[in-house]
Design a protein around this ligand. Structure first.
Ligand SMILES: Nc1ncnc2c1ncn2[C@@H]1O[C@H](COP(=O)(O)OP(=O)(O)OP(=O)(O)O)[C@@H](O)[C@H]1O
Length: 246
């Protein structure tokens, strides 16, 4: 079954079409890498799926149910969790409290304190963060803050996780760990993932399929191996063949 089905998605800002008739689907339990150069429409596509933007046209279905145009909180309660490119946790709250708030946000408000705490501890454990009640946000570096983003998204108990630029600001080793963590979330929890990233790098070793956007349109869809061999993909990332270093 397709967990996510995007059909004819279009988003215009005034007279400018940032996303132009984009269609793709993600099967349950798969990881899709959504790639493309700066300004290619990745964030706009992501935000239309996550309910931060209203599509101008097209359909977004989660497990067969139309969710296009729903608000961000309604989308979350339907089962879409997201991370933000720039982490903005509640710094005055502990890690556990941050994850507990997310657990409440993802539910219909019927979670007890103890249920929210259990979900939050589980999410922090999966993200390899401390679960004790005193652990605070201060002192977390870039990699720690990315982990907290993931913990907060997982605590909403999503069917589909939208991961936004999870590698930004990380060094090589941290990038590998971040990629492995997304894979583990899929492997251990069966959560379907759409991973939006500006750079290809380590992403190709983890995702099942790759979608590449350029100027708001899909220019490639296939396996990571096919992406590495595709001339159109090489062109948007590396420039025309005659300008590339040997
Ligand atoms: N709110 C907006 N109003 C007007 N134009 C916008 C708006 N949001 C995005 N755009 C434009 O839409 C195009 C696609 O932007 P988008 O942020 O989706 O690209 P992206 O692939 O995510 O880029 P990046 O890798 O830099 O995040 C860009 O030309 C951008 O300037």
């Amino acid at each position: 079954m397709s967990m996510l089905q995007v059909s004819g998605l279009t988003k215009s800002f005034g007279g400018f079409t940032a996303v132009d008739n984009v269609s793709f689907s993600v099967e349950e339990g798969q990881i899709l890498g959504l790639l493309g150069p700066n300004g290619s429409g990745k964030s706009t596509t992501f935000n239309c799926i996550a309910g931060m933007l209203k599509p101008t046209a097209g359909s977004v279905k989660l497990a067969g149910e139309e969710i296009g145009g729903l608000s961000a909180d309604a989308t979350c309660r339907k089962g879409i969790g997201r991370t933000f490119q720039i982490p903005r946790p509640f710094r005055e709250l502990t890690l556990l409290e941050n994850a507990m708030l997310a657990a409440h946000f993802g539910s219909d408000g019927h979670l007890s304190h103890d249920e929210a705490e259990a979900i939050a501890r589980d999410a922090l454990t999966l993200a390899q963060l401390p679960t004790d009640a005193n652990a605070v946000v201060g002192g977390l570096g870039a990699a720690g803050l990315k982990k907290l983003e993931l913990a907060r998204a997982i605590a909403t108990r999503p069917k589909l996780l939208l991961a936004d630029e999870s590698l930004g600001g990380l060094d090589g080793g941290e990038m590998r760990q971040a990629a492995d963590m997304l894979k583990r979330i899929r492997d251990e929890r069966g959560i379907t993932i759409v991973w939006v990233e500006h750079i290809m790098g380590v992403l190709l070793s983890v995702v099942d399929r790759v979608l590449v956007l350029d100027h708001g349109a899909v220019i490639f869809e296939g396996t990571p191996r096919e992406a590495q061999q595709d001339e159109k993909v090489a062109e948007v990332y590396l420039g025309p063949p005659e300008t590339r270093a040997a």
